[in-house]
Design a protein around this ligand. Structure first.
Ligand code: SF4
Length: 344
């Protein structure tokens, strides 16, 4: 450990606090730093988070409305019809079930709730009708923020979803373009970029990030962050590969807690103003889960993921309370009530 390294980290932190995000060159240097420097990186990332995101944490949850047997061959995904996995297969859940799940998420203080469907876009009249029904029912019966993740979007479909009342569109790039051919060959990286642009043009807020730990290089993690920055993405979900049995990436070794925290901190330095929300793979942090916020995360997905169980919601909410972090969309009144209930 040497003072020159600390001084360089401090200089990058000061620049980020003043509004200049970390360069890709500095990112490639920072992500290679020895774990001994991690507390220093996290201290800087925490200051950047607080400066640009305040004390509010965005909490979201999802519903997997249609699962399994997907046409695409994403190598990490248990829902792909190209792999033999134990993921559940079912067609659309009912709108009543969706709204019940949204109400449960709202009771947790969740601000945004995502309708997530396997597949690659909204292509048939049946799919359009189902989404019209979902969003119409949510508009009538829920005040939760409405998100969707449905695969590729062309311009017309993006406008249609916006007109149906959708607010946010989630579409991960998954990884750097230079690694994408090892992740998926049934669609292109350009389709992902076009989808993000079409959603933005339609007036949807875009949530786009990726998965670390799929076998990409450290430079490719920086490449992904730089691409997201160049696209002007406001909300960046970060996932960490949870190797699913039966998928091509099923035998990959999960990232260590230190690698995960360093990845989050480096993304915060590269994307100082973005919402950085931590989703799948959080369990690999073990006892260090609460450190994601000190590493620069400003959002968290709670509840279950697409094909895997999440941590107990009560534990996540208790963690946010213990850290004295506010939830966007949660009211002080509801928070006080929950604390009173917990004490009773
Ligand atoms: S990530 Fe999405 S598009 Fe890819 S296989 Fe899974 S469900 Fe299909």
């Amino acid at each position: 450990m040497d003072n020159t390294t600390y001084a360089r980290i401090d200089g990058i932190t000061r620049a980020a606090l003043a509004g200049t995000p970390m360069s890709a060159d500095d990112g490639r240097w920072m992500i290679r730093l020895d774990d001994d420097y991690l507390p220093w990186l996290m201290a800087g990332a925490d200051r950047i988070r607080k400066t640009f995101r305040g004390n509010e944490i965005e909490v979201c949850a999802i519903s997997n409305v249609r699962s399994g047997n997907c046409s695409e061959n994403c190598s990490f995904c248990a829902q792909s019809g190209h792999h033999k996995t134990a993921a559940p297969t079912y067609n659309y859940i009912s709108s009543d079930e969706l709204v019940a799940q949204a109400a449960r998420a709202r009771s947790w203080g969740v601000a945004d709730f995502g309708i997530v469907s396997k597949g690659w876009g909204v292509r048939t009249e049946k799919e359009r009708a189902q989404l019209r029904d979902y969003l119409g029912t949510m508009n009538e019966r829920s005040d939760v923020g409405r998100c969707a993740s449905l695969g590729a979007l062309d311009k017309d479909t993006a406008v249609m979803l916006k007109d149906m009342g959708l607010e946010n569109y989630h579409h991960n790039l998954e990884c750097a373009e230079s690694f994408f051919d090892q992740v998926c060959t049934t669609h292109t990286y350009q389709e992902n970029i076009d989808t993000i642009r079409n959603a933005v043009d339609a007036g949807l807020r875009v949530c786009a990030g990726g998965i670390l730990g799929m076998g990409e290089s450290l430079d490719q993690r920086i490449e992904l962050a730089e691409t997201l920055r160049n696209l002007g993405v406001e909300s960046v979900p970060m996932n960490f590969l949870n190797p699913a049995k039966g998928t091509p990436f099923g035998d990959r070794t999960p990232l260590s807690p230190q690698e995960i925290l360093k990845g989050i901190a480096v993304f915060r330095y590269m994307l100082p103003r973005a919402e950085i929300r931590i989703a799948g793979g959080r369990q690999f942090l073990g006892d260090m889960q609460s450190m994601i916020f000190m590493a620069g995360a400003s959002g968290i997905m709670i509840g279950d993921y697409l094909t895997t169980k999440g941590r107990q919601v009560e534990d996540d909410l208790a963690m946010l309370d213990a850290l004295k972090l506010d939830r966007r969309g949660d009211t002080q009144q509801r928070r006080a009530q929950r604390q009173a209930d917990a004490a009773a």
